[in-house]
Ligand binder design. Structure first.
Ligand code: GDD
Ligand code: MN
Length: 773
């Protein structure tokens, strides 16, 4: 885990922080030569006897990390003195922030927030000083964070073999009750979190925004969970320990603070939204009434029919406003099309209730039908809000990370900064870049006015801010400006704009981003290339899922694009995988939610081979095809999931040596060796095949020329050198059984680099692959 100093942190700190530091810090923090890899934040209140043993155990169980331990102290005893007396070490910096009486805002929670602001490592672990949180659990928190790419890992007393330890009956009961209460108040947000009351957790510093927190007492984790949208959470079990020395600060006051916190958290969210919903609803009443009058008086329809039609008009109006005003900014688990469908469904279902109600009011009680229409609408507002809030716009637990542009560092070769987070590059995401980005991406409403530079080009379907346009300046840094539509459709922004630029930028730097999946056995990499939609992804997933060799399992490098160096090294390029319902059916235990599975049939229909072929056919027409594509992918986003979600225990490899290449093809069963030229031709044509959708044909020419060189020639040379001595084999299959045949071939010695090409692979039971050779 790399450590970086974020200059912004210090500015964001409250002014008194610096003042207090000088009275109490032990080691001058800024002069520390090594940036910390992990910050430990410890709130303390009268823990003089505990800080020593705590630091000692931290040192012992985290030998590999450069630690920064920040005590945020609200003590009245000599805790500060005890901390200052601790032994120094170059691999661990200790800082104390003492808050004098009168400045102890938020109690324990406030102290944690102060610690989070002051932290300098990318990862922050929050824990108690009294050793009830065993430091020995921290390595597994780090491990889980790395393995799952979570933003927050909670040490939990309630998952798997975690436990309350020897906590007294009364406290244990209180702990369970408060946990259940919180989960009842926030059923959606706390789904899958077993211990929201834990005071022991590891968090990615940039994932939480301290400015959003209003800490109040002990339950800071709960607040972080509720207030941080889109946090990815994981848990690790642990056993709650016994207090080393001193006494607990839990009290009745803390219990009351907890209830206040719950109340605040629930209310602030909900009231604001309900008020907006009601305002929007009121505007809907106007629209509905006008439409009702129009249908009844002008068209002369029966009032019940008119009311039904008026509902469709006002529903559309309401949907648009609800989308952009009431739930704006909420990342929902559903796409806009699904939400619209459900919203219409709900309002029409409501009509079924309203119909009889109106009938009773008007035909039986003789109330004017306009009034009975209004009454029935009001009666259903509350119910509709509940359904909209809890179900239709159900907040996702997905990534809507911190504000500010997203930063990506791809193997220290190319860096990207983008105002629109690019899900495909998520695994390359970093907190900071060392210099200016290689590629800078942003969206804005208008096309920039640029002096026409030599290396400047545009692609514009002339639909203004509602259509697809890009404006690109190539130079030492590449500047990409795209239309606002592309902020809605990040997959298109990445796939059709950023990726082609990346491809040729890599070539300029001596790397080739080639169209092939890749798996590695123990450092030996095997490429699987094919024309798009043959079945590379499914093949790789199946191989990884099966894991034929117990102690020498295949590791994932990439499923679509792989970076290769002329020296024959491949580097991982882990984009999320585009899957279909068939892919999922082929896997053992994919970690998809029920809703994700339900969405798959329609998503895979649209993003299938057929869907793509249809889109390609449209490119021959004069339609604004890139715009249509962006709109379609906004309405129904492609089903893309990180490999870890599909195969939870998958092994990942960062790089490996290229040892073999397989070309897979559909057709009559056949299998043969390829000579080096054939291999190169197929690979290069597969690379071209992967690109081609607009705007690529229009911008290709601009991307390909650099300093008078034709980059496609350079790319071919890189690949040719990388393939030197690498055996290649074509496998044509009618049953698409490549996932069985490839591992068998790999296990056969003749498929390895340096072996005489033309040798026959032996099938059948074989020793471990990748050894020897
Ligand atoms: N800075 C600061 N200010 N620290 C405080 C304060 C405060 O007002 N109150 C308590 N602390 C520190 C204590 O010094 C200790 O390091 C830690 O916070 C936890 O306090 P304890 O007094 O040991 O509380 P506990 O053991 O009852 O509560 C623990 O378990 C709860 C779950 O059962 C804590 O981990 C809680 O966060 C957790 O919710
Ligand atoms: Mn305690």
């Amino acid at each position: 885990m790399s450590a970086r100093i974020d200059a912004g942190t210090r500015e964001a700190s409250p002014p008194w922080l610096e003042e207090r530091c000088d009275i109490a810090h032990t080691v001058p923090d800024d002069s520390s030569p090594i940036p910390p890899s992990l910050t430990i934040v410890v709130p303390t209140r009268n823990e003089a006897e505990n800080v020593g043993p705590l630091v000692e155990r931290l040192d012992r169980c985290l030998p590999g990390e450069v630690l920064e331990i920040i005590f945020v102290d609200d003590s009245d005893d000599d805790t500060v003195a005890a901390i200052e007396a601790l032994e120094r070490s170059p691999y661990r910096v200790i800082r104390v922030i003492h808050r004098p009486r009168g400045e102890r805002h938020g109690g324990l929670g406030g102290a944690v927030v102060v610690g989070l602001r002051a932290a300098r490592a990318d990862w922050v672990c929050v824990m108690d000083a009294d050793l009830q949180h065993p430091p020995e659990v921290i390595p597994s928190l780090l491990e889980r964070a790395r393995a799952t790419h979570a933003d927050l890992v909670i040490a939990s007393r309630y998952c798997e073999d975690g436990s309350l330890g020897r906590m007294g009956e009364l406290r244990a009961a209180a702990s369970r009750t408060t946990t259940i209460l919180a989960k009842m108040v926030f059923p959606g947000r706390l789904r899958g979190v077993t211990d929201p009351m834990s005071g022991f957790f590891l968090v990615r510093r940039r994932a939480v925004d301290p400015d959003c927190l209003r800490p109040c007492g002990f339950k800071i984790l709960l607040e972080i969970l509720i207030r941080t949208e889109g946090l990815q959470v994981a848990e690790v079990p642990y056993q709650f320990g016994e207090r080393h020395a001193g006494e607990s600060k839990a009290s009745l006051r803390e219990a009351i603070r907890y209830l206040m916190l719950l109340w605040q958290l629930r209310l602030s969210d909900q009231t604001r939204r309900f008020v907006r919903f009601a305002v929007v609803g009121a505007s809907g009443l106007g629209v509905n009434t006008l439409a009702l009058l129009a249908f009844a008086e002008i068209q002369g329809l029966h009032y019940l029919v008119a009311a039904a039609l008026a509902t469709q008009v006002s529903t559309l109006w309401l949907y648009l406003l609800t989308e952009s005003f009431v739930f704006s900014g909420r990342e929902s688990t559903r796409g806009p099309l699904a939400r619209m469908g459900l919203y219409f469904g709900m309002n029409n279902a409501a009509l079924l209730f309203r119909g009889p109600l109106m009938y009773v009011l008007t035909s039986i009680f003789g109330i004017f039908y306009v009034a009975s229409n209004l009454i029935s609408l009001l009666a259903l507002t509350v119910l509709r809000f509940a359904v909209a809030d809890m179900w239709i716009w159900d907040a996702a637990r997905r990534a809507r990370r911190t504000t500010g542009p997203a930063l990506y560092n791809i193997h220290d070769i190319v860096t990207v900064r983008s105002t629109v987070p690019l899900p495909e590059l998520e695994q390359f995401r970093v907190g900071a870049l060392d210099g200016p980005p290689t590629i800078d991406v942003r969206t804005q409403a208008r096309r920039p006015q640029r002096v026409s530079a030599e290396r400047h080009f545009q692609y514009d379907e002339r639909l203004g801010m509602f259509g697809f346009w890009i404006d690109v300046c190539l130079g030492d840094a590449i500047d990409v400006v795209a239309s606002p539509l592309l902020a809605r459709s990040p997959h298109v922004l990445y796939t059709n704009v950023v990726e082609p630029i990346l491809r040729w930028t890599f070539v300029q730097r001596g790397y080739a981003l080639i169209h092939g999946a890749c798996i590695a056995y123990d450092g030996h990499a095997y490429l699987v290339t094919a024309r798009t939609d043959t079945g590379k992804t499914t093949t790789v997933l199946r191989i990884l899922d099966r894991q034929r060799w117990e102690n020498n399992t295949a590791a994932f490098i990439s499923d679509d694009l792989t970076l290769v160096t002329p020296g024959g090294t491949v580097l991982t390029y882990p984009k999320p995988l585009t899957i279909s319902k068939h892919t999922v059916a082929a896997l053992n235990r994919p970690a998809l939610t029920r809703r994700e599975r339900l969405g798959l049939p329609i998503q895979s229909r649209i993003h299938s081979r057929g869907g793509r072929r249809f889109a390609f056919l449209l490119t021959r027409t004069r339609l604004p095809i890139a715009t249509i594509n962006a709109l379609a992918q906004w309405l129904v986003p492609p089903p893309k999931y990180p490999v870890q979600r599909l195969i939870p225990q998958v092994k990942l490899a960062r790089e490996a040596r290229l040892e073999g290449l397989f070309v897979i093809e559909r057709g009559t069963d056949d299998e043969f060796r390829l000579d080096p030229d054939e291999m190169l031709d197929i690979l290069m044509s597969n690379c071209e095949d992967a690109y081609g959708f607009p705007p690529y044909p229009a911008i290709r020419g601009h991307l390909l020329q650099a300093n008078g060189k034709d980059l496609s020639v350079v790319e071919r040379q890189i690949v040719q050198r990388a393939l030197e001595g690498v055996p290649g084999r074509l496998i044509r299959s009618s049953s698409m059984d490549w996932a069985q045949r490839i591992p068998a071939l790999i296990a056969a010695p003749s498929q390895r680099r340096g072996m005489v090409p033309g040798g026959l692979a032996i099938e059948g039971p074989v020793p471990e692959p990748g050894t020897g050779g």
